[in-house]
Design a protein around this ligand. Sequence first.
Ligand code: ADP
Length: 249
Amino acid sequence: MTAAVRLDKLHYRYGREQVALHEISLTIEAGECVGLIGPNGAGKSTLLMHLNGFLPETLPLTPAIFIDGEPLCTATLPKIRRHVGVMFQDPDDQLFCPTVFDDVAFGPTQFGLTGAALQDVVTRALTKVRLSGFEQRSPHHLSLGEKRRVCLAGVLACDPKVLVLDEPTSDLDPRGKRELLDLLHHLPTTRIVASHDLDMVAALCSRVFVLDEGRLIASGNTHEVLANEALMLAHGLEKPHSLRHQHPH
Ligand code: ADP
């Protein structure tokens, strides 16, 4: 089966000095939900931004990123942007329309949907995130949890093959967090979640990748990696509460 995401020695530096990613190679299978963890400045956001071509400004001649087998290059960029949906940490970066309907419709409209087909896609996406009936509400007057779900609906409306989530649960109250986790848990799409919330990562992701200083330090079964206290400590992380009762491996 073709991997949903494959990175082959992805290397990136900001400007002339700051190397943010050091030859990262990894593979994520279709349908997997994986976590990307590491301290601040580890390179998580930089890696996520690469997945749909936000970076770099000039794509390298030798592709290092493959989405569903397709190399990311200038020619494939529009197609790959369509296949990789990104949910940003701050919903206010993503929601800019006067109504929830318009926000969710924005992506599919860009891809040419109109009329009844557009209406149908928006209705289905809002149903998936349990926000049916919110179409005419202003996205700016919703709770943070609801805003995140509108963002998720907007991304799902584009039917992505890969869903990229940057800190999806940060600042959510326990109920908002549970509701979002429940939705993410049941999605069939390949999901990549970058977060400091390791209890959430433990609950949601079957595999994790540990990044530090732009290097891929470790990867493997989520519970095994997160229960490795020496590894967690060495990279500015902490074994999550939900695994505290377990002995280190
Ligand atoms: P994380 O998401 O894990 O906190 P980032 O990907 O944001 O890490 O950052 C990785 C490294 O790249 C850090 O050292 C950071 O200072 C640097 N960096 C991030 N964005 C920029 C930028 N726009 N210009 C220069 N350096 C940057």
